[in-house]
Design a protein around this ligand. Structure first.
Ligand SMILES: [Mg+2]
Length: 172
């Protein structure tokens, strides 16, 4: 008989995968987030051109793993006490790229399932839905406004904020 395992969910970009080093944070922020009446709204790149640029920028070589967090993930996996999931709001056009990334760095086996946002929902809506659906007990993300949103709606889940350790640029 095996003990019930604690289910932990990880966001992908900024938690497992580093951001491309040549793009300043404030530009990244502009690319992904829309500020409308203080509501949490994210941009979906509608044009094929922009989708293609995002696709290119997600090449595995430009997106190194965040070593510190990978080390933790491997330790959790080896302890046999946890079931690890990825819940990323990456849109559907990054599906193949995401699979490539896990193949390239040989990290697929540490996760029970890897979920990305195949219906291109708003990221916070998608993550709330998936955390409930998978019955995650812990969820780790680097997006503070998103975690604040989730905190108001999901009471029993440990929501953990981590900051990207590999910042090369910052907005003054
Ligand atoms: Mg993130």
């Amino acid at each position: 008989m095996s003990m019930r395992k604690t289910k932990i969910g990880f966001d992908l970009d900024g938690v497992v995968i580093g951001k491309p080093f040549f793009v300043p944070d404030f530009v990244m922020e502009k690319l992904v987030r829309l500020k409308v009446d203080h509501k949490l709204t994210y941009r979906y790149p509608e044009s094929k051109g922009e989708q293609y640029i995002r696709y290119l920028s997600h090449h595995p070589l430009l997106r190194p793993p965040i070593r510190k967090n990978i080390k933790l993930i491997k330790e959790l996996y080896k302890s046999n006490k946890y079931e690890l999931f990825v819940v990323s709001s990456r849109y559907s056009f990054l599906d193949e790229r995401t699979k490539d990334w896990f193949r390239f760095y040989k990290l697929r086996k540490f996760f029970k399932d890897i979920h990305i946002n195949m219906k291109n929902e708003q990221p916070h809506i998608y993550k709330e839905r998936m955390i409930k659906k998978l019955k995650l007990e812990v969820f780790i993300d680097d997006d503070k406004p998103l975690l604040n949103y989730l905190k108001k709606r999901i009471k029993k889940v440990d929501l953990v904020y981590v900051s990207d350790q590999h910042k090369h640029f910052s907005k003054k």
